[in-house]
Structure formats: C-alpha cells, structure tokens
Design a protein around this ligand. Structure first.
Ligand SMILES: [Zn+2]
Length: 297
C-alpha cells in the first residue's frame, strides 16, 4: 500500500517536472525568437544609418570592400577627346579643335554636379569601382593645357588623361618638363604617349614605329616617374605593325573617332573609340553622351 502511494507520488513529480520542462522550452523558444528578430531589425537600421552618413568616396570604398571583384562586368563609358583649351584660335585652320575654357568649365561643373566619375584611360580595367564613369582625354595639349585646363580640373577635382608629343617638350608653346612633373604630381592627370614626332604611324617602317612607341614612353616615364600605359595614334592613323609593336609596351591604344566605348563591343584594348569634344558641342549634346555612362554586372 505504502509502495503504491510512493509510486503514484513519484509519477506526479515526474509529470510535474516534464510540464515545467515543456513550459521552459516553449518560453525559451519565444524569447530567443523575439531577441533574434530585434537584432536583425537593429542591424538593418544601423546599416541604413551608416549608409546615409557616408560620403560618396567612403561609399566607393565600402562598395569595393563589400563585393568581390566580379569576373565579368559590362560598361559603357563616354570618352571625350579634346585638343586645345583656348579662347582665341588665331590663324589656326582647325577651329573646332579649340574649346573655350568657359565651355570646359561648364562641362566639368556638369560632371561634378551630376555625380559622374572621371576615370583615367587605364582604369577601363577597373570599372567595377565606378557607377557612372566618364573619361576626359586631351591630345597634343601644348601649354594651353597647363594654362587653361589644368586649373579647371583642380577646381572641380576631376581626372583627365593627356597625350604628349615627346619631341615637342620644352619647345615653343609646348609644356616644359617641370610643368609635366607638376601636372603628374597633382594626382589628377595621367600623362601618356602621343608618339615622339606626331607623324603618321601607318607610313613608317617597323623600326621607326618601335622608336616612336618606346622612346616616347621612356622619356615620359623618366620625367614623371609614373608608368606610361596608353598610346594615342596621331591623327588616328595606325596599321597592323603598330598593333603588333605596342602590345608589348602599352595596355591601351586610342582611336580618334567612334562613339561611346562599350566593353562588350570594343573588345580590343588597342582600338578604344572616342567622342570628339569640339568647339561647337553644346552642353546638352555633352550631357546626352554622359547619360549613356553605365556599369552593370
Ligand atoms: Zn594629335
């Protein structure tokens, strides 16, 4: 009899313990669940707050760190070709090659106010870093670049790539070595080769072409201390020999004509097209090219 009572008491305790255990487990589940939910919400809120307080430069960094470099990206990039930035073109016949400084200023202002990213030509390999890339290139340059374009690039903090004819350095109306060094040191301008003499490459033999490509590169690298990676064909003229030679010395070659660069179409890095930014280009035409800037995965 006593044993039976003991047994029934034991059973009661066991059931009670089990009930308590079930209550604890169920309560624990709900408490844990609500904590986890709060954490996720707080996380999202924090991320939004952090995101909103970043500067665009920081965002760029966050973007670069956050994502693996994608294996393939596609991009369309307007690459503008300028020559001389000068109000008065004097007796020079190709008047369209002279852009007024105020026009360049208008364009740079538009670029900076509308969130475009100016890139160097050799950043065409790193487009994943950018959302709205655009490249500004200046051929020949002369001292007008130093006097009229360089101050505007600094004012609007925009990047450009310039193409120098190395036999002209220190010559009349041309850039001096000191000016080139100062320009390169600014961190806003990459100095690249526009050959030694600006003669037609497609009329030269193999050795002459090697000399143009190699000596101009070495001279510029000696002046700036920076690697020269891009070759710009004078008057847009080149042939297969040019392409065979420069692949050993340069990463990119620039044409004079063409539309907006499209990475899926313009797959040869030695035939990069450009848009002629001439004297009579309106701001709305300039803007319509910019609107085609895109990077997508
Ligand atoms: Zn030229």
């Amino acid at each position: 009899m006593e044993n039976k009572v003991k047994k029934s008491n034991n059973l009661k305790y066991i059931i009670l313990y089990l009930l308590i255990l079930v209550v604890i487990i169920v309560a624990g589940y709900f408490i844990l669940n609500s904590i986890l939910k709060e954490d996720v919400t707080a996380d999202i809120e924090n991320k939004e707050i952090v995101f909103n307080t970043q500067t665009s430069e920081d965002l760029q960094l966050v973007k670069a760190e956050k994502f693996e470099i994608p294996e393939h990206i596609s991009a369309t990039v307007p690459i503008f070709m300028y020559h001389f930035i000068l109000e008065d073109y004097g007796d020079y016949p190709d008047t369209e090659n002279f852009l007024k400084p105020e026009t360049l200023e208008e364009q740079l202002k538009y670029i900076s106010e509308n969130g475009y990213d100016t890139i160097y030509i050799d950043e065409l390999d790193d487009l994943y870093k950018y959302d709205k890339p655009v490249a500004l290139t200046f051929d020949d340059c002369f001292v007008y670049f130093y006097d009229n374009a360089f101050p505007l690039l600094k004012k609007y903090n925009q990047k450009a790539t310039i193409f120098i004819i190395t036999d002209y350095i220190n010559g009349e109306n041309y850039l001096t070595e000191e000016q080139l060094k100062e320009i390169a040191d600014s961190g806003l301008v990459k100095i690249e080769s526009h050959t030694k003499t600006h003669d037609y490459l497609d009329e030269m033999n193999y050795d002459e072409q090697v000399e143009q490509a190699v000596e101009s590169k070495e001279r510029l690298e000696a002046i700036t201390g920076q690697e020269v990676t891009t070759y710009c064909y004078p008057s847009g003229r080149y042939n297969q020999t040019t392409l065979d030679i420069i692949k050993d010395y340069y990463d990119f070659g620039l044409e004079m004509l063409g539309g907006v660069y499209d990475s899926d179409v313009d797959t040869n890095p030695y035939q990069i097209p450009r848009i002629y930014a001439n004297r009579s280009m309106s701001l709305s035409t300039f803007a319509s090219y910019l609107e085609q800037s895109r990077v997508y995965y």
